[in-house]
Write a protein that binds this ligand. Structure first.
Ligand code: TZP
Ligand code: MG
Length: 215
């Protein structure tokens, strides 16, 4: 198997993609939230933390690396390639305005998964050509969780990706218990939710509820 198929083989089908965000976690730490996600059976977890100083991010990521490794959970770090080089997660996730994916590949080597956020058919096609292992698709619905967010794409973009793009897709943006089934219907492979999961009173119960809508 070549490197790309090994990286892409780590990807779960049709499931929840958990993302940390301490500011929306109702007083719980990222570590507590990750624990709850792992206990609920989430198979991919991304560390996304925009406000903290690098030292605290590093310390949290080291712990999350241990927790995810033990549990066999795929661990992705958002944005910080330096952190990824130190912590050695399974992958990194970058946006359109982060470092170019080709340069990130040079830095992280051939084994790490690289996910790229996309917001249009053109960006999705480019992501394939430029070697992304999976793409973020969205924001599907309006959200206030991300500060510099682009306009909502709607479900049509999710459908476009399902029909035309030969990479796993992770839908994101405004996904909640009451609309996740529509995103599944549109053909997304994975479903990334921030506030609906980290802000839930009982994270385990919420994940169960979300999963029940994916079957
Ligand atoms: N990228 C596109 S939308 C978004 C990110 C990180 C935020 C998603 O958060 P929520 O709370 O699930 O709408
Ligand atoms: Mg980014």
């Amino acid at each position: 198997m070549n490197h790309a198929s090994t990286r892409r083989g780590k990807w779960p089908a049709a499931d929840i993609y958990g993302i940390t965000a301490e500011e929306y976690s109702n007083g719980r730490s990222n570590i507590e939230v990750v624990r709850a996600m792992i206990d609920a059976g989430v198979k991919v977890i991304q560390y996304r933390e925009k406000e903290k100083k690098k030292l605290y991010k590093y310390q949290e990521c080291i712990r999350i690396r241990e927790m995810t490794q033990k549990a066999g959970v795929t661990f992705i770090i958002n944005d910080d390639i330096d952190l990824a080089l130190l912590v050695k997660p399974d992958g990194v996730h970058i946006g359109q305005e982060d470092l170019p994916i080709e340069e990130v590949r040079q830095l992280v080597g051939e084994e790490m998964i690289i996910g790229l956020s996309t917001h249009s058919p053109q960006q999705a096609q480019e992501a394939v050509k430029r070697g992304a292992d999976y793409i973020g698709v969205g924001p599907v619905f309006a959200t206030r969780t991300k500060k510099d967010v682009s306009a909502a794409t709607g479900l049509d973009y999710v459908k476009y990706v399902a029909e035309h793009i030969p990479l796993p897709s992770v839908a994101i943006g405004g996904i909640k218990t009451d609309n996740i089934a529509s995103v599944r219907q549109a053909g997304a492979d994975c479903f990334a939710l921030i506030t609906d999961i980290v802000g839930a009173a009982d994270i385990g119960a919420r994940i169960k509820e979300l999963r029940a809508r994916l079957v």
